[in-house]
Design a protein around this ligand. Structure first.
Ligand code: SAH
Length: 240
């Protein structure tokens, strides 16, 4: 590790399609692979004199798609935190929202409570570890700069939702559902690095349109909104 690898703000994004509008808006420059053994890609830039690194999970060469999900989320978070030692880790991405909670497509959430909804281990202590209920501090300047909504985010390894998970979301008042955040929060805690999540709603979990249809239809709109929120968050962060 050399000092030039460090940054002030690290932005972790699972998918390339989510990252590109952010890279464009913040004028970040491609650096290459984060590590020769991983497809994760690194970009760098600066805002108001503060160094920014952005990492994506990269494309899986066997399956020709982005490496979404918790495994890559944890591996990339660990490595990027170790290399860049940021003052803040920002996980930017898309999520499923809930109409019953007042969500609309393109809404931005900045959750401060994170859970796993598909990890069930009915054993003492392991049950709570599996659910992984974690809270993160609120950054009021970032929240007001982005006008992001409050809420609980729940992470799991599937895009769709089971009936049992619907019950979990209602019982835990979950406002957004994704496939990475809770895993990244856990790694950020190990590094004692403050964490902020910004999630743009691409689909409504409790709506009749299928998640896949809505996700693809709304991805561009939601990721444009997401990039704007990340830009505002990065500016608010540099003034902290
Ligand atoms: N169909 C897309 C892949 C979407 S996977 C494609 O072909 O490119 C879903 C990604 O968006 C994950 O990284 C996840 O964090 C986020 N996401 C958006 N809506 C979600 C939902 N309803 N449930 C879980 N994750 C969701």
């Amino acid at each position: 590790m050399t000092p030039r690898n460090t940054c002030d703000l690290l932005i972790q994004v699972a998918m390339q399609a989510e990252a590109l509008p952010i890279i464009h808006l913040l004028s970040l420059k491609p650096i290459g692979r984060l590590d020769s053994n991983l497809p994760s890609e690194l970009w760098r830039g600066s805002i108001l004199g503060h160094q920014i690194s952005l990492v994506t999970h990269g494309r899986d060469s066997d399956f020709d798609c982005d490496r979404i999900g918790t495994e890559s989320a944890a591996v990339v978070a660990f490595l990027a935190l170790r290399i860049t030692r940021p003052k803040l880790l920002l996980n930017a991405g898309t999520c499923g929202g809930f109409a019953s909670q007042g969500a609309a497509i393109g809404d931005i959430y900045m959750p401060t409570r994170f859970l796993f909804h598909d990890q069930r281990v009915a054993l003492p202590k392991f049950d709570l570890f599996a659910k992984g209920d974690q809270t993160t501090p609120d950054f009021s300047q970032i929240r007001s700069a982005t006008n992001a909504k409050h809420g609980t985010c729940s992470t799991g390894s599937s895009l769709d939702t089971t009936v049992q998970e619907m019950g979990f979301f209602a019982a835990e008042s979950v406002a957004c559902k994704d496939m990475e955040a809770a895993a990244i929060v856990r790694v950020a805690r190990d590094f004692q690095t403050p964490f902020v999540g910004l999630k743009a709603v691409t689909d409504l979990v409790d709506h009749h349109q299928t998640v896949q249809e809505s996700f693809l239809k709304n991805l561009k709109f939601a990721t444009t909104r997401l990039a704007d929120a990340v830009d505002r968050a990065a500016r608010a962060f540099s003034l902290l």
